[in-house]
Ligand binder design. Structure first.
Ligand code: ATP
Ligand code: LTN
Length: 332
């Protein structure tokens, strides 16, 4: 271990897609061998849009089981539920006092979600990046592996860390986003200009990690491509085909040039079937392992309790330093 700390999280706000897998979880796997890793289920972020309480509870546990089923080892990493560690909300409050309303209003995700949930533009939605900054800074993380859409939030986290350090003295590590070149933005299968998202209303646009083989093959068969017949990696000219090549490469451990060569003389039908099969083959054992783990409630409960306790220890240390720096009376 070279002493670096890694932090990332996913919201238990819906069915995870292969975009979430490729853009985030997949990249975490190699890191656990090398770094001190914290991976959370961001339930406090999830409630910035309306959630059905029973469903949120169920999804949180499903997400924990999924992390482990994908190969995240709870012995090597700290795996925990965000709301189990009270310091996230506490640090967020302090950071709120150095974050500006204007910079939060400019965040792309805030603008998108305000439009999508126009009847519920709550304070939490706007404060989302400050909570995310609190997550990352509490653990003094060096690296934050995320998909492309989250880089703006890591940027604001860096700004807040620098601003705090300048005002109160060296306190936080300034983190860096880690975005892989390949697969940082998997596109919707129905509209390659959009990112694949777990909250898309069109079920054919996203492949969920819980989809069975037939559903996966059907969704890829219907994937939007173009009116040509050439399989070539050219994201600008051929966004649909390029997205499928990226998915295939990501699920088979190849790069897009290798994938392109493999399909150079094939037709779209055969190509789409091969992509679907690669995804289904990879997901089947993950789904089986997740189902098995979900029956082991006591084991999962134990993992999350141990994770929360570990996270708490680090978080408490950072928060008490922050409280001292800002001048909160903590006894003589
Ligand atoms: P929602 O649609 O509800 O906003 P989401 O699908 O964007 O959710 P998040 O919980 O916001 O999912 O993201 C979890 C992680 O997955 C983040 O690191 C994010 O960058 C990554 N991610 C999400 N969608 C994609 C995608 N299409 N391609 C690559 N990475 C993605
Ligand atoms: N906003 C992130 C989830 C998230 C996160 C974090 C990611 C919450 N806290 C801290 C990295 C670091 C998202 O994936 N939408």
């Amino acid at each position: 271990m070279d002493g670096k700390t890694v932090y990332s999280a996913i919201q238990p706000s819906g069915n995870l897609t292969i975009g979430n897998y490729v853009g985030s979880i997949r990249n975490w796997l190699g890191m656990q061998e090398e770094y001190d890793c914290f991976f959370a289920m961001a339930d406090m972020h999830a409630i910035t849009v309306r959630q059905e309480p029973a469903e949120l509870r169920r999804r949180t546990l499903e997400l924990a089981a999924l992390y482990i089923a994908c190969g995240i080892d709870p012995e090597k990493c700290t795996l925990y539920v965000q709301s189990h560690v009270p310091q996230h909300a506490e640090l967020m409050w302090v950071l709120n006092t150095i974050a500006y309303v204007g910079e939060m209003e400019r965040m792309t995700q805030f603008k998108d979600k305000s439009q999508k949930h126009a009847d519920n533009i709550n304070m939490g939605l706007m404060d989302y990046p400050v909570l995310m900054a609190a997550d990352i800074l509490l653990y003094q993380a060096d690296l934050v592996p995320v998909g492309q859409d989250q880089t703006q939030h890591v940027e604001i986290t860096r700004d807040l860390a620098v601003r705090f350090n300048n005002r109160f003295g060296e306190t936080f590590t300034v983190p860096k986003a880690l975005v892989l070149k390949q697969g940082a933005k998997i596109a919707s299968l129905q509209d390659p200009a959009k990112k694949m998202s777990k909250s898309d209303e069109n079920p054919n646009a996203s492949v969920y990690l819980t989809d069975d083989r037939d559903t996966i093959l059907r969704k890829f068969k219907r994937a939007v491509t173009d009116s040509e017949s050439e399989i070539r990696f050219a994201p600008q000219e051929k966004p649909g085909v390029s997205n499928l090549l990226t998915i295939y490469a990501s699920f088979t451990g190849k790069n897009t040039e290798e994938a392109e060569k493999e399909f150079a003389w094939k037709g779209y039908g055969e190509f789409k079937l091969a992509v679907g099969e690669a995804v289904a083959d990879k997901l089947a054992p993950v789904q089986a392992e997740q189902a098995r783990l979900l029956k082991e409630k006591a084991y999962l409960g134990g993992v999350l309790a141990a994770g929360a306790e570990r996270a708490y220890k680090t978080a408490r240390k950072t928060l008490s330093k922050v409280y001292r720096k800002v001048g909160f009376y903590q006894g003589e």
